[in-house]
Design a protein around this ligand. Structure first.
Ligand SMILES: O=C(O)CCC(=O)C(=O)O
Ligand SMILES: [Fe+2]
Length: 352
């Protein structure tokens, strides 16, 4: 990418301040009590559950260490990502996403109708993944998203597959800890993900940008799924809006840690006990940046609504139910061009 085209230019209000507040307070949670063990078999997890509950309530964001994901897998996948994006545009476009299949390479994503300064390669966790064919509520037809097969780097698909298995294991464990922190049964969320989950892994590449004060790598947004596990490599740039004071806070780089953030689905399930945090990515003029988020998404048929156990007469449901598959497809269909109206968001299901 060369000059900053007007499609990338953020509203003045959203532009990055290039002086940075780096957060020491974003919680760093040690997962040792559950590394290599089932959550149910772990003794002394009360403290851990409390820490998770606090982090979810205060930030919706935290980092985890001693998470059990082998370092070699992470190194392999980070290397593969750099090799993939290092190719010519022509090579990368051979595995571009298209109208029928949302997975693959693209460099024209928009967040809230402003173009992001990034390139992306997406790959579903379950190949094929069942999704609705259209966004029409009355149309029950389904289709599949499948993965493209880049020729380079060699074995990219296998490297992804091995890594994604680890991301899934960690996601299930984190969802158990989150369930416990809400006073629910540990396995409360499992049923939504066991069969036909729609999770996917994304490779983000943020090239250097001549005007980092005008554009963003990803504009301010909330993640739409249940949770996100992000590998942030070497260069910082992710910022989270702190609920308490509405300041943008830069997430610290901790080698080999994972950054976890809650998504909109947990916000709805918890009936706003937890919120999905707003975040964005700042680019810079000197260093390119890479990151690898894994988005943990339930099966397409999931009806998302506040959990029965968490609502009562004093705390009635704050959301109307919505169909996850329709929401997902709607988002994927609208993130690729500049449009006048906002795309689908959970506040549209809020009971006023
Ligand atoms: O690159 C990052 O640090 C975060 C990216 C992100 O927020 C996203 O892809 O949803
Ligand atoms: Fe995000």
């Amino acid at each position: 990418m060369g000059e900053v085209d007007t499609a990338f230019i953020q509203e003045p209000l959203n532009r990055a301040k290039l002086c940075v507040i780096e957060a020491e307070e974003i919680p760093v949670i040690d997962l040792s009590p559950i590394t290599n063990k089932a959550v149910a078999d772990s003794s002394s997890i009360e403290g851990l559950v409390k820490e998770i509950g606090f982090a979810c309530k205060e930030w919706g964001f935290f980092q985890v260490i001693n998470h059990g994901v082998p370092q070699s897998l992470r190194e392999n996948i980070e290397k593969a990502s750099r090799m993939f994006f290092g190719q010519s545009l022509e090579e990368k476009r051979k595995v571009s996403r298209n109208e029928r299949n949302a997975m693959g390479y693209y460099d024209t994503e928009h967040t809230k109708n402003v173009r992001d300064w990034k390139e992306v390669f997406d790959s579903v966790a379950k190949d094929p993944t069942l999704v609705p064919l259209t966004t029409d509520e009355n149309d029950d037809r389904l289709t599949h998203w499948t993965n493209s097969s880049p020729q380079y780097p060699p074995h990219f698909r296998n490297i992804i597959k091995e890594y994604v298995e680890e991301m899934e294991k960690l996601s299930f464990k984190l969802m158990e800890l989150i369930a416990l922190s809400l006073g629910l049964e540990a396995k409360r969320f499992e049923e939504y993900f066991m069969k036909d989950q729609t999770s996917f892994i994304r490779f983000n590449y943020y090239p250097t940008c001549p005007n980092p004060e005008l554009a963003l790598g990803v504009g301010p947004h909330k993640d739409i799924g249940a949770l996100t596990i992000l590998a942030q490599e070497e260069v910082a740039g992710l910022e989270v809006k702190h609920k308490a004071d509405q300041e943008w806070i830069r997430v610290q780089l901790i080698p080999n840690a994972y950054i976890i953030n809650l998504g909109d689905i947990v916000q709805v399930w918890s009936n706003d006990a937890y919120e999905s945090p707003e975040h964005r990515v700042v680019v810079n003029s000197e260093k390119e940046r890479f990151s690898i988020p894994f988005f943990f998404f339930p099966a397409q048929e999931t009806e998302v609504k506040p959990l029965e156990e968490l609502i009562n007469d004093q705390n009635p449901s704050k959301y109307r139910p919505y169909k996850w598959g329709k929401f997902l497809v709607h988002r994927f269909n609208t993130n690729f061009k500049k449009r006048k109206e906002d795309n689908i968001q959970i506040y549209q299901f809020k009971i006023k």
